[in-house]
Design a protein around this ligand. Structure first.
Ligand SMILES: [Zn+2]
Length: 522
């Protein structure tokens, strides 16, 4: 319940609480607080009472008398700063983010020569590493028009094997030493001998997500080993965000658990979902289109599964009670995923909240099927602003009418949730809110925004990274808004995103992140 009643009610509630034994409450005072309420409307608040269990007891407006501290209470003085619900990323890759923090990151490189210099510098700085492992390169950003070659990587590092995955994780770049050692395929797994300590990767990732204000994350595809790491972290109170884990395929699901694992460890961890891939990515021509690529007229990309296989996979997971999340980038893949959900028949799709991840390029005929089948569109605003130049090259302009079509999706009545797909994009949710509202890069390009009719309002973008993402992650009962009874998951930020020019939304800095009434950042 959102407390917005009369002062008399508040006083009565305050008296009741004073009559109760004083636990170690936490009072958040003097906040420029903004949350959505259970009706989805934006709601201002000034103070919040948090119980010693980490759950919200009361959320009070400026019109209400501020709660008076009792002996033993902890007081957080927000001093007029903006307080928001903890942000939720519906789709990221936590372990990969941690890995990226421990490996060579080429995401900022603007051309091949700059990347080669960075690789050379990194290799020189890490003489003991038997393998140089990294990611983040993008030949499109480099304006290369082709994949980089082994020889070009040899020019940077010759003495050791080097394995670098493309920004989307769907292509690899090896040098000759790596190719000689063989076994290296265009898979996203560790190269032989290139194994990175996975437990260690969890630590930096947790800090990285909390530092940008994420208190909840959908981890879009984990294996059993990652699940056991999560279990250990959650069991020892070390998970600093609520992780909605999705098993990567039926095999991982069976190894983790035959049946769904509802939120446990004080709602820090769940495994309610099986994730599948319907296609690859647009950048590497791997996304599966109904008609050929504009810049490769003999190629329409490739499906990962036949229609019959996809129907079987969706059915198998759903009949075990799992939500199904299907990675589908291009229109043919989205149509296949929707067909597979439709084949489940009425009823099942409603209860389990099936999702399509990315839903980037849609056929006009398929867009309304999300709402009709009650499928959640789990989309990533920063993909549009990172992809816009490449998408025009790959698709031409006609097919962009229903590409990254957030407004059309919401207007159609479909459930919508936002994420970043980190580490493909930075995990900062304010980058996503900015891209969602402006359809512009953080350099304010293009002027007026890219297909601005598909922009989100600030309220939609905020909801998409809070309450709507919570819904997609089946976590709305205890997170996504600041309301009595939910966990006190909130952030204190350096400016009010609802009061600044949209172009500045990406500049919002998180000063503190709190999860379940405990500070996890800084
Ligand atoms: Zn992903």
């Amino acid at each position: 319940m959102y407390v917005r009643e009369t002062a008399a009610f508040t006083l009565a509630a305050a008296l009741l609480m004073q009559a109760a034994p004083a636990g170690a409450r936490t009072l958040l005072l003097h906040a420029n607080g903004i949350t959505l309420n259970s009706a989805g409307q934006r709601q201002a608040f000034a103070s919040m009472v948090i119980g010693d269990d980490g759950r919200i007891v009361q959320v009070l407006t400026a019109a209400d008398p501020a709660p008076a501290p009792l002996p033993g209470d902890r007081v957080i003085d927000a001093a007029g700063r903006t307080v928001l619900p903890g942000l939720i990323d519906a789709h990221g890759h936590v372990e990969a983010l941690g890995r990226q923090a421990q490996t060579l990151d080429l995401a900022g490189t603007k051309n091949l020569a700059e990347a080669q210099a960075e690789i050379r510098r990194y290799a020189a700085a890490h003489p003991a590493l038997p393998w140089i492992v990294g990611s983040g390169w993008n030949q499109v950003v480099w304006q290369l028009d082709r994949f980089p070659t082994a020889a070009e990587l040899d020019a940077a590092v010759r003495d050791r094997p080097v394995w670098l995955t493309r920004v989307d994780g769907h292509a690899g770049w090896a040098n000759s030493a790596a190719l000689v050692l063989a076994g290296v395929t265009a898979a996203t797994n560790d190269p032989p001998g290139g194994h990175i300590d996975r437990t260690a990767a969890g630590g930096p990732a947790g800090v990285l997500v909390a530092s940008v204000g994420l208190t909840g994350v959908g981890d879009a595809g984990i294996d059993a080993e990652a699940w056991h790491i999560y279990e250990r972290l959650a069991g020892s109170g070390k998970l600093t965000a609520r992780v909605f884990a999705m098993a990567l395929g039926l095999d991982a699901q069976e190894r983790i658990s035959y049946s769904p694992i509802d939120w446990e460890h004080d709602d820090h961890l769940s495994m309610l979902t099986v994730k599948y891939f319907a296609d690859g990515a647009l950048g590497s021509h791997g996304a599966w289109l109904k008609a050929p690529y504009t810049d490769d007229p003999t190629n329409s990309g490739l499906p990962f599964h036949t229609d019959a296989e996809m129907k079987h996979l969706v059915y198998a997971a759903a009949q075990r009670g799992f939500q199904v999340a299907i990675h589908a980038i291009a229109d043919a893949a989205n149509a296949q995923a929707l067909d597979a959900f439709a084949a489940l028949g009425a009823g099942a799709p409603m209860g389990l909240r099936h999702r399509i991840e990315h839903a980037q390029v849609l056929d006009a005929a398929d867009l309304p099927r999300f709402a009709a089948l009650n499928i959640i569109a789990s989309m990533q605003p920063t993909h549009a602003t990172s992809d816009m130049a490449m998408a025009v090259t790959r698709l031409g302009t006609a097919r962009l009418a229903y590409a990254y079509a957030w407004h059309s999706m919401i207007a159609s009545g479909a459930h919508f949730a936002a994420g970043s797909d980190f580490p493909v994009e930075p995990p900062n949710p304010f980058f996503g809110i900015h891209a969602g509202v402006t359809r512009q890069s953080r350099d304010n390009l293009p002027p007026g925004g890219w297909y601005p009719a598909e922009a989100l309002t600030i309220d939609q973008a905020f909801a998409a990274f809070t309450s709507w993402a919570a819904y997609a992650n089946r976590a709305e009962k205890f997170s996504g808004t600041l309301e009595a009874g939910k966990w006190a998951d909130f952030v204190i930020v350096d400016r009010d995103p609802f009061a600044i020019p949209p172009a500045d939304l990406w500049k919002v800095k998180v000063q503190e992140t709190w999860v379940g009434g405990s500070k996890v950042f800084p």
